[in-house]
Design a protein around this ligand. Structure first.
Ligand code: GDP
Length: 596
């Protein structure tokens, strides 16, 4: 009913949906975006496509002309004014587009490389889309890389497919089926869009080539069709403001500005706005509302066009005082005459509260730093996930400064060398901070891809563990019980050389050995071990061995001399190297040595 009522309305009552492009690196996200923009621009006229701040606006007329061939003369019942595509593809801008925990991106295009299938970031993207409940279309990109693909530039995909040789279509189907299976494994029901009878339950796949343009008309048409048929209520223009800060930028002559996506409502010059700042809420007045100068008029003075007011959906730059500490990825509110500014101040800081709650209660963990709230959240979420589980002791947004190094150093001072680390996502390190980190031994890992940070950190953890284990080797005593083989007492002293059977536990070079049955007399540490005439570092039960070790005969059992301290070190550093039986032996030895 709502849809019917809405169908009768003026398209001016609907706002443009906001579309984000997500996917693994190198799948072709940027190229798809370029293709959508460029083709029309190349025709000599931009077809009304305009560059906004952080986004490209594609008016309905441009979608219409791009999809003409696809419609074969049929009318396109376009209700939307156009489409706003976010210019920076990827995780970060998607996560930054949000309001009170829910996504502001209306529809997403998930780009998958037909040749590579699902990759790490594809899966991350799928999880993000699921979490935010954002509808999406899958662009199965790079079809032109199929062997002997016969390119039909910018044509609808089914037309292009019809022109391929049988074996090209066969390869396409084989590869597609493989990727579809992988998508099923991620819990997604998917279908080629022209075979999809139930778009509410099945996610549409559009095969595309971002280079030769096949399937791009289909992609555009589908984005528009799905948004205007499935989410009209969401796309109603309302006068209450919904908007989010995508970027905080220094601009010469303007000072610190914020790039904002105005999702719904209006913004006016002179409005009082409230935004989240790192040090607390910022209340300021819009001095200028800006969009880029159209290309043709680049010679006109000034880089930006000033506006008195702007209507959603739009990518806008706002110039105002006191924006230096504004946090990208947070909401922006306009304080109207009836609004209580104090309430709005609390509201803008809410996003940060969620973030602070993910800091580990024990106060032990790595320091995490990212460029925006969205990327910080994505990183924290990743660190929290079951197969990662890295504790976080502190978080920050923005470049790494000396203060951040000091915080990480506090971990080292508290005896947690492995946490004397900053995991930095997409942020620069100031030169002073870099020098201080070097001096204090704080490790900084920087990356633009979240899981690369994880790889670096796990490699580092392994290295720290090896160093600590090396240092702890003499203190750590592995439990063992040795039985002297009666015919193998080769030398009774200086040095003792025996053949023994390791009855229980693990005998290692360096393990101190004593004889409990002779008042616990110490024989010294194992100097070397030989098994099958070869030197070894350690041996386990049922492995006869010769060891170099007095005061005993073959009826005595030899055991390793453990202490409270040695047990602690074992627990801290070598837990994984001991089996359940080995730990049971530790308990048995504890009784022998009367250790509490
Ligand atoms: P992004 O990292 O996802 O933004 O990927 P890009 O758009 O930068 O593309 C990565 C590489 O793949 C570039 O070398 C592109 O030229 C290439 N590429 C992207 N799309 C296609 C496509 O449809 N066909 C072919 N053959 N190459 C493509």
């Amino acid at each position: 009913k709502l849809a019917e009522a809405l169908a009768a309305r003026d398209p001016k009552d609907l706002r443009s949906p906001i579309c984000c492009i997500l996917g693994h690196v190198d799948t072709g996200k940027t190229k798809i975006l370029d293709n959508i923009r460029r083709t029309n621009v190349q025709d000599g006229e931009a077809g009304g496509i305009t560059q906004q701040i952080g986004a490209t606006y594609i008016p309905a007329s441009a979608v219409e002309s791009r999809t003409e061939e696809l419609r074969k003369g049929r009318q396109f019942d376009l209700k939307l004014p156009g489409l706003l595509v976010i210019d920076t593809p990827g995780h970060e801008s998607f996560s930054n587009l949000r309001s009170r925990g829910s996504g502001l991106c209306d529809i997403a295009i998930l780009v998958v490389d037909l040749m590579h299938g699902l990759e790490q970031q594809t899966i991350e993207s799928i999880n993000l889309l699921k979490m935010r409940k954002t509808p999406f279309i899958i662009a199965m990109n790079k079809v032109d890389r199929l062997y002997k693909w016969n390119s039909v530039a910018n044509s609808p995909i089914q037309d292009a497919m019809a022109r391929q040789e049988e074996y090209v279509r066969k390869e396409f189907e084989d590869r597609l089926n493989q990727v579809m299976l992988q998508l099923n494994e991620q819990g997604l029901n998917v279908a080629l869009y022209w075979k999809n009878r139930d778009p509410r339950s099945f996610i549409n796949i559009v095969p595309t080539s971002a280079i030769t343009g096949e399937g791009i008309p289909d992609l555009l048409q589908l984005v528009v069709k799905l948004t205007q048929s499935l989410m009209v209520d969401r796309l109603m223009f309302v006068n209450s403001l919904e908007s989010t800060v995508l970027e905080v930028k220094q601009i010469e002559g303007l000072g610190t500005t914020i790039d904002v996506v105005l999702v719904n409502g209006m913004l006016r010059e002179g409005d009082t706005i409230v935004v989240c700042g790192l040090g607390g809420p910022i209340v300021t007045t819009i001095r200028a509302l800006l969009t880029p100068q159209p290309l043709r008029e680049i010679r006109v003075k000034g880089q930006y066009v000033h506006h008195k007011e702007l209507r959603a959906a739009m990518g806008v730059k706002i110039a105002a005082h006191n924006l230096e500490s504004a946090v990208a990825g947070t909401q922006l509110y306009v304080a109207g005459p009836d609004d209580d500014v104090e309430d709005l101040k609390d509201a803008v800081m809410e996003d940060m509260q969620d973030i602070f709650s993910s800091v580990d209660k024990t106060g032990e963990g790595v320091c995490v730093q990212a460029s925006t709230l969205g990327s910080l959240e994505a990183l924290l979420e990743f660190l929290r996930s079951d197969d990662v589980k890295i504790p976080v002791s502190s978080i920050n947004i923005g470049p790494i400064n000396k203060k951040d190094i000091m915080r990480a150093n506090a971990m080292i001072e508290r005896g947690h060398k492995k946490f004397g680390v900053i995991l930095a996502f997409d942020v620069p390190v100031t030169r002073e901070a870099g020098a201080l980190a070097e001096q204090m031994g704080v490790r900084i890992f920087t990356a633009d891809i979240i899981y690369h940070l994880f790889d670096q950190f796990t490699a580092y953890l392994k290295q720290v563990k090896e160093e600590e284990q090396e240092a702890a080797k003499l203190t750590a005593v592995f439990p063992c019980v040795l039985k002297i083989l009666p015919t193998c007492i080769f030398n009774q002293k200086d040095p003792i050389i025996l053949g023994v059977e390791v009855v229980e536990g693990i005998a290692k070079v360096g393990t101190p050995i004593c004889v409990p049955t002779r008042g616990g007399v110490d024989l010294g540490r194992i100097a070397s071990l030989e098994k099958d005439h070869k030197a070894v570092e350690s041996t386990k039960p049922e492995e006869a061995s010769r060891s170099y070790e007095r005061h005993f005969d073959h009826t005595d059992e030899l055991v390793s001399r453990i202490t409270r301290k040695s047990i602690n070190v074992l627990k801290d550093m070598f837990r994984d190297e001991l089996s359940k039986d080995d730990w049971r032996l530790v308990i048995k030895l504890k009784k022998i040595f009367k250790i509490d």
